[in-house]
Design a protein around this ligand. Sequence first.
Ligand code: GSH
Length: 226
Amino acid sequence: MIVLHHLNNSRSQRILWLLEELNLEYQVKPYQRDSVTNLAPNTLTLIHPLGKSPIITDGEVTVAESGAIIEYLIGTYLNDKKDNQLRDPERGTEEHRQYTYWLHFAEGTLMPPFVAKLVLDKVRVSAKPFFVKMIANKIVDQLMASYYGPIIAKNMDYIESHLSHNKWFAGDELSGADIQMSFPLEAAVARGTTQEFPNITKFVETIHARPAYQAALEKGGKYDYV
Ligand SMILES: N[C@@H](CCC(=O)N[C@@H](CS)C(=O)NCC(=O)O)C(=O)O
């Protein structure tokens, strides 16, 4: 039996969605973030030494890292079920090149500046006392204006441009690339930063309307980015 080690409000939500798209039987083992640090509980390190979610176990097999989990689940189970709408683009095709590109882009290029912004926003809020906060805010503003801000804007423009010509990230049908790209784009929409990006907003609305996505929400419980 596949077990998804699922941390609330995390990248794990996309694996829940994939499991539903693939029509697989699975169990969800829930883990709660610490209310102060927002970190995962230490019990997750019993499943994988890094203790980050998502992780799946499938019998003797343990897979961590969202992209690796997506490749494992699609590679192992997609052909077992004929009645799903998710496609695995054929190797050597342009769709497959797009598929691997976006699968890696999500965690390799898009997430790092998003996470940096999240951390810097926390510094802004939590720096104390007042004069330290003033200095901290100045440094954060400078880092955002000169480095992370332009990188995020460039990435978002690039994604928006891709989605203005394509419904999905790789080819004409839903693929693992869409699953992988869902989390950062949901987070961006939920934070209200996508007003100038109608195609990104539409993509997120489209995936949220899918029956498999709704089923995943029911299984996983409260998710702040929907
Ligand atoms: N690149 C990894 C990132 C995993 C990751 O950082 N997960 C976050 C949740 S979104 C986590 O477990 N955070 C809690 C912690 O670091 O303690 C992946 O895509 O699986």
